[in-house]
Design a protein around this ligand. Sequence first.
Ligand SMILES: Nc1nc2c(ncn2[C@@H]2O[C@H](COP(=O)(O)OP(=O)(O)O)[C@@H](O)[C@H]2O)c(=O)[nH]1
Ligand SMILES: [Mg+2]
Length: 348
Amino acid sequence: MSKRSSAKGEPRAANKRVNEKEVLIAVMGATGTGKSTFINHLSGAKLQVSDGIESCTSDVQATPPFQMFGMTVKLIDTPGFDDTTQSDAEILERIATYLTETYKEDVKLNGIIYLYRISDMRLGGIARRNFGMFRKLCGDDALSNVAVVTTMWDTVEESMATRREEQLKTNAQLFAPVLAQGAKMYRHYGRVETAQAVLRPMTDMAPRAFLIQEEIVDEGKKLGETAAGTELDSKLEAALKQQVQQLQRAQEDMQRAFEERDTAMQKELASVRTDIQENITRIEGQRDRLASSNVLGDLQATLRRVENGISAEQTRPRDYGRPAGTFSDIGSAVGGFWDKVLRTERKG
Ligand SMILES: Nc1nc2c(ncn2[C@@H]2O[C@H](COP(=O)(O)OP(=O)(O)O)[C@@H](O)[C@H]2O)c(=O)[nH]1
Ligand SMILES: [Mg+2]
């Protein structure tokens, strides 16, 4: 399967053309897992590496093409879904835009590298959330082209890191399901050789589409309707509910402070309320952005690809399930809550 052209016995010229084609590999993972460092190591590029606090890969960027294993390779650096400078909705939009534009040009990825710090001792919220978004972007079909790569082995004592690796491999919320579906796991010791070991099998793999590429380009879904968009929106919805509950509690406290004529408390609660309201505005802004995002597919591009003889297997439309509630359902539910909060405030 991986050496399709030669298996079909195509003439040398065709093989040569295939070899001249660039091997494209995306590198993903949470901020600070060492993506830019890994890419620089392999490619000799000089992507900016973070100081560990602020993220600095705010956009999706490809390295200049470089030669490896007799092939032309390009690596794509991506921001993590925990960026210090932009919201998750912005990041999803950037990644989706890049993937959509390349897919329209009939460019698929040969491999996807997901980096994870072996030094992350707890299966923290950020690590799990980031991987959850990755899963939804990637889908199941591309998992055979995925390499999960643990980094930062030099910062943890080896036997502890090895135990940790075992836990990661068997954890049902992390890597167990993807490994069961064909993904491979590697250790990267910060050396060129361990990075090359990840890349080498990928240069031989048949390119695969990300789920989000098929959803947007082939199925005409909007970003908010894709599996990744739906996942993010449900996370935002949960965060919004939490903020609204906090606002309601602050409102009840405010009512009491009014009754007790406690002006110091009133002042403090007013500031708490402003903070919560700002959070709510931010979350709503992200949800609006997601719902109205116009990362668009291109039916003509799909047609061209089908005409180019890509097999039905690779482009078949599939049903990934719709979001449980529509945006307007959620909006009106929250709206109802808001009305209640505001009525309480007017009474106070
Ligand atoms: N100790 C150690 N530090 C690393 C390793 N790889 C990257 N770093 C450091 O980790 C920080 C984040 O790396 P960076 O490549 O910017 O991560 P990114 O946010 O995923 O692109 C930087 O300070 C790197 O120098 C590694 O293997 N070991
Ligand atoms: Mg980076």
